[in-house]
Design a protein around this ligand. Structure first.
Ligand code: XMP
Ligand code: MG
Length: 180
């Protein structure tokens, strides 16, 4: 019954993620001082990370949300659908995309192209997790990365398997029998 038993191993605990968020927030504070960036959280997976990251930021900023999905089950499908666009005007603004995980890079490649057409002053990516071994595109290089993860299916802290497990307070590897 307890979904914690579906986890093979915990990779990053909540205090570890919090510590990393403090470091990333201070880098972002320095880079975006006096720039009032738009922190653009990609729904739904990046919400816990966006919350924890930005609560440590001390500069002025604005929040926005966008939704793009490419993922069904445990394999990245490559078909990216944007179902919600940002509500703020991004033209001439400094935009920081907040993502939960970069896998093949297909999602962010599509999102980046769409956002570039709106002519932001700058566009960077902060991602909680990066799986560089899985990359299929070469145009996605996140400037800010929380943790590198091995090529295993991870859940928790926003990351889901078929919409469940997002509410786990840590990032862990899902037992294979849960999706096989
Ligand atoms: P791409 O391949 O476009 O995929 O970079 C990014 C999206 O795929 C999802 N994804 C995962 N979700 N555990 C998850 O829960 C994983 O290990 C994983 N790998 C990729 C995620 O939604 C991300 O936005
Ligand atoms: Mg996602």
């Amino acid at each position: 019954m307890d979904i914690n038993n579906h986890i093979k191993k915990v990779l990053f605990t909540e205090p570890e993620i919090n510590e990393r968020c403090i470091e990333l927030a201070s880098e972002l504070d320095k880079e975006y001082e006096d720039k009032k960036p738009i922190m653009l959280s990609l729904l739904k997976g990046s919400v816990p990370f966006a919350t924890m990251l930005t609560k440590h930021m001390k500069i002025s900023l604005e929040f926005d949300y966008m939704k793009a999905s490419s993922y069904h089950g445990t394999i990245s499908s490559g078909n990216v659908a944007v179902t919600l666009m940002p509500s703020l005007k991004l033209e001439n603004r400094h935009v920081v995309i907040i993502e939960d995980i970069i896998d093949t890079g297909t999602t962010l490649s599509t999102v980046t192209k769409i956002l570039q057409d709106l002519h932001p002053a700058s566009l960077e990516i902060v991602t909680l997790l990066d799986k560089p071994a899985m990359r299929k595109v070469n145009d996605i290089k996140p400037k800010y990365v929380g943790f590198i993860v091995p090529n295993e299916f991870v859940v928790g802290f926003g990351l889901d398997f078929n919409e469940d497990y997002r509410h786990l307070p840590y990032v862990g590897v899902l037992k294979e029998e849960m999706y096989k």
